[in-house]
Design a protein around this ligand. Structure first.
Ligand SMILES: [Zn+2]
Ligand SMILES: [Zn+2]
Length: 332
């Protein structure tokens, strides 16, 4: 009997059951993994930052970060030159902000775990410019992340949907002029992210500092450190493992909210929030097109999968507006 006839028969006999199996999440194997906090985007006097690399790296080490990518514009800084700062508690991953342009639009793509300097690439189109810089980073076996699309309103999901081989997108950048929230008809970065995910593009959202200013006053209009970071799950604090796990979505992004644990089961997501002071928390589980599937103030926050969603991601916000973004979990 053909398979379709089987289905008809089963539906006829058991009208309440569908032929499709129940939706399930893809469950990652996180056995033996620990959390490592890090920042993948920051600047020094090697380009337009105000402090030398050792001062910048020291700031992150002293503030509890476990890894850092020094990503100056179009230059390569060998972490071996800062070997005295590195130990089992603090890792420097070599990086570069490959900084190109299409007409007046900046096209900045970070290269993580780069082996040496990568020259910025140009092209006759905006999409081509982004793609060529992604490709240049991939060609040396490094990992690209797309930086601040709304900086000078350069590009959004329309262009990013056409880019291949990129998996990481800045959804929060701590620089004061990058317009994370969009406006005036331009989508904010979370909207861009949902557009991409809803169209079937698997991309993970990172938060970064893009810090330039480590001297003088720390103020909202300055580009100071400590504003956005990622917390990556890995077995070892090693460059290749950290960047591979970022690309696998084994992390959350944060501007201040700390998560104790994220459990993914075949039909359940459980988020354990690490409470701080007397802050209150609200968690939104978000599906295709940014639709809020569930909002809860429970801790742990629990989402149970009943309907077929193409993806489910979560955002935990605290009572001061800080957030943690749990990466999308996909169904099969
Ligand atoms: Zn930039
Ligand atoms: Zn930058």
């Amino acid at each position: 009997m053909p398979r379709s006839s089987h289905c008809v028969l089963i539906v006829a006999l058991f009208a309440l059951f569908a032929c499709d199996s129940a939706p399930e999440f893809e469950v990652p194997d996180a056995t033996g993994m620990r959390w490592f906090k890090g920042n993948t985007h920051t600047h020094t006097t090697m380009s337009d930052g105000d402090s030398p690399p050792e001062v910048v790296a020291r700031w992150y080490k002293d503030h509890g970060y476990r890894f850092l990518v020094l990503s100056d514009h179009n230059v390569f800084l060998d972490p071996l030159t800062l070997s005295t700062l590195q130990d089992s508690a603090f890792l420097l991953i070599p990086g570069e902000e490959v900084s190109a342009k299409f007409r007046e639009k900046p096209v900045h793509v970070n290269g993580l775990n780069v082996p040496g300097v990568i020259a910025p690439q140009s092209d006759s189109s905006l999409v081509g410019t982004i793609q060529k810089n992604v490709d240049a980073i991939r060609s040396v076996n490094a990992v690209p992340h797309i930086n601040h699309p709304n900086f000078r309103w350069a590009f959004n999901h329309r262009e990013l949907l056409q880019i291949r081989n990129d998996k990481l997108l800045e959804i929060f950048n701590g620089h004061p002029q990058v317009h994370n929230l969009g406006g005036g008809g331009w989508p904010g970065m979370e909207q861009v992210w949902d557009h991409l995910l809803s169209a079937g593009k698997r991309v993970y959202g990172i938060a970064v500092d893009d810090a330039h200013h480590f001297q003088g006053e720390f103020a909202t209009e300055r580009s100071n450190p400590g504003r956005g970071w990622v917390v990556v799950k890995a077995q070892n604090l090693a460059p290749r493992e950290i960047v591979e796990n970022l690309e696998a979505g084994f992390f959350y992004a944060s501007t201040g909210v700390v998560l104790h644990e994220i459990q993914i089961e075949s039909q359940k997501i459980t988020i354990h929030i690490q409470p701080q002071g007397d802050f209150k928390y609200r968690t939104e589980f978000i599906g295709a097109h940014g639709r809020i599937l569930l909002a809860t103030e429970d801790n742990p926050a629990v989402f149970e999968l009943h309907n077929r969603e193409s993806y489910v991601r979560a955002k935990v916000s605290d009572s001061s507006g800080r957030a943690a973004w749990v990466q999308p979990v996909f169904t099969r």
